[in-house]
Ligand binder design. Structure first.
Ligand SMILES: Nc1nc2c(ncn2[C@@H]2O[C@H](COP(=O)(O)OP(=O)(O)OP(=O)(O)O)[C@@H](O)[C@H]2O)c(=O)[nH]1
Ligand SMILES: [Mg+2]
Ligand SMILES: [Zn+2]
Length: 356
């Protein structure tokens, strides 16, 4: 085809002006909260409601490409500056994903552009090393620095606390831990010292461990609802129901999330390798390079379990996570492929209808 200049197509000065405005109208904003297809965004001009353009909504390859809390987006702010349209999502430097809870096998975005994950575990009954390992996998899969916040230390005595700290150090010697109580304020200074202006932190943990109570303490006011966990009433279990980004007076940004009922693994082989680096290291000594550490002879990992060098429960959790993560990933990819094949078939049928 012959090349035309834009003016040959009818482009004129007025379009030129409109175009430069059109481009200049894009502003950067950060997603503060998501509710179905509605977003709350923070802009240089304050917070406002926003929606994504139809083009973004229907043009994305997967829902994972739609904005989530913590995302940076390019928006166009409309006339009265109370509403904005989201045109695109900027590349993320990190992304927290998890398997959707329950039987459905799908990926769910938790938060984007996170510098540090605060894994919150209560020092009382909630404390569980195997669950801690699962959270570590989630953080490390995305190369995010994890920090363990051991909450409710007012509920246990010092000997029990030292015991907990020692058991964490045994599985993850380099993991930073802050032991704190929202009740007495103990440990909060230590946490405050870690919070850097402009950095984004994400609170992850079971329901009732005190994530929102902690956020309120950091905010210096009871801005968000907190409450007792009602064990029997599953529906009313979570006090926090939505993910939300808050800005602290010192300039740090912190995302509160609803408690996770289960921490399923999906497509997280890298995270598992990082969270179980001790096992990966032992594996160098296995006779076979592709040793699965399950039944092979000359397996250095199993040998370490047998002689007590590697905790059997940790080893079992490693195998379980590896199986689960791979199984869920396979099912997820199969489902995506079916969806895609269906989409392709639908398009072809539509095309053949048009031809007639
Ligand atoms: N003893 C004690 N109680 C605490 C502490 N922190 C929080 N709590 C209590 O624990 C209960 C749950 O606290 P929340 O902050 O709502 O817990 P959450 O982690 O936000 O829970 P979800 O929003 O459901 O995920 C509340 O009754 C709090 O008062 C603490 O350090 N010590
Ligand atoms: Mg909460
Ligand atoms: Zn092995």
């Amino acid at each position: 085809m012959e090349k035309l200049s834009l003016s040959g197509l009818g482009w004129n000065e007025s379009f030129e002006r409109a175009w430069s405005e059109h481009v200049a109208e894009r502003e950067a904003a950060r997603i503060v909260a998501v509710h179905k297809n509605r977003y709350l965004i923070a802009t240089a001009d304050g917070d406002m409601a926003a929606e994504v353009t139809g083009r973004l909504l229907y043009g994305v390859d997967s829902p994972l490409d739609l904005p989530t809390v913590g995302d940076w987006v390019a928006v166009q702010i409309l006339d009265d500056r109370s509403f904005a349209v989201i045109h695109s999502v900027l590349p993320r430097f990190s992304l927290i994903k998890r398997k959707t809870p329950g039987k459905t096998i799908d990926l769910q975005l938790v938060a984007a552009n996170i510098d540090t994950v605060f894994i919150v575990q209560a020092a009382d009954a909630d404390f569980n090393l195997r669950r801690l390992e699962r959270y570590l996998v989630i953080a490390l899969e995305s190369n995010i620095e994890p920090v363990l916040l051991l909450s409710k230390i007012d509920q246990i005595d010092d000997a029990a606390l030292q015991d907990r700290l020692a058991s964490v150090a045994k599985i993850e010697p380099t993991l930073s831990v802050v032991a704190l109580s929202n009740l007495t304020g103990q440990g909060l200074d230590q946490l405050q010292e870690r919070l850097m202006p402009g950095r984004t932190y994400c609170l992850l943990g079971s329901s009732g461990v005190g994530k929102t109570t902690l956020l309120n303490r950091l905010l210096g006011e009871d801005l968000y609802a907190t409450g007792e966990v009602r064990e029997k009433d599953q529906r009313g279990r979570h006090v926090t129901t939505a993910r939300q980004l808050s800005r602290l007076a010192g300039g740090a940004l912190i995302i509160d999330t609803p408690g996770m009922r289960e921490v399923g693994a999906i497509g997280q082989s890298t995270g598992i390798e990082s969270a179980f680096s001790d096992i990966e290291e032992l594996a160098i000594g296995c006779r076979f390079a592709d040793c699965s550490h399950v039944h092979e002879t000359g397996c250095a990992v199993r040998e370490a379990v047998e002689n007590g060098e590697l905790d059997a429960k940790r080893y079992e959790n490693y195998l379980k996570l590896r199986r689960e993560s791979a199984y869920h990933e396979r099912s997820y990819l199969e489902k995506r492929q079916k969806d895609k094949a269906f989409g392709k078939m639908a398009k072809e049928i539509l095309k053949s209808h048009h031809k007639r």
